[in-house]
Design a protein around this ligand. Sequence first.
Ligand code: A3P
Length: 307
Amino acid sequence: MESKESSLETSTPNVSPSAAASNAYALGLTQFQGFWIPSSRFPTSSIISFQKYFQALDDDIIVASKPKAGTTWLKALVFTIVNRHSYTLSNIPLNSENPNLDLSKIPSPMVFSTHLPYSMLADSIKRSNCRIVYITRNPFDIVVSLWHFVRGVHNLPDWPLEDCFEMFCRGEESYGPFWDHALGYWNMSVEKPSNILFMRYEELKEDSVAQTKRLAEFLRFPFSLEEEKTGVVNQIIDFCSFNNLKDLEVNKTGKMPRSIIPSLIPSHKLFFRSGKVGDYINHLSPTAVERLSNVLKEKLSESSLTF
Ligand code: A3P
């Protein structure tokens, strides 16, 4: 959580290797300021320091998300859009760096990322004019993606999906509850639309061109007519696509270097699984889908946010 790092923290949910356990504490999560924080990787003291000392600049850009909502994709898009005049697609650092790594040596605007909920962001961010882009995703796909990821990172091939699912429904997962996380950013995007953009993974898949243009405009890096005519938007979309990023050598063989727990260093390839919308159908029973739908209906009943 150091200031001026491009990642306020990495995208790794926490589970202890021995835990075939099904409660948050056994999986290394701590309840802090209303959310479940993977405190064995990100001590809550570092969050307090961040809240106290982080100084946001007006042209900072913050990519915010829950793990498995499409963080890697959004980071790649934001970085490429913002730096498209400094690099070509063949020499942009994403060819040799995973999007989740520290890209802070790049000149302003700085691009940061965080999984922290809006309520836990430093006041300087909330007071500044910086841009926050939030990405969310249908929670059914998030649960399934999270389950695969945790099993891979922690070498827990036998961790039951049911345990992961039940914890998710109780809100007990990294940076959960999911609904409170999304609601915080949703409410602020309604209140301060020029500072907070609320994006959805499914919409980005469905209409990549419109959503990428929307993102670029929000970031104050709009595409010119000339760029649109010459296909720059589509080139960026193709470069940041699942198929392109996953096949880069760095993402096939690289590992995250900044892990606090040395035995739990995620390979970059774990951030690229299937990249599909609706994969949950292959994993969750109709009863499970109904159960989580009901939880969401109840939790979001007083809000205009729907999933
Ligand atoms: P799946 O596990 O469903 O495939 P995060 O980056 O927040 O950890 O999210 C990871 C999810 O986003 C994974 O979903 C991963 O495959 C998918 N993903 C990663 N890069 C992507 C890209 N460029 N386009 C679309 N999806 C991507």
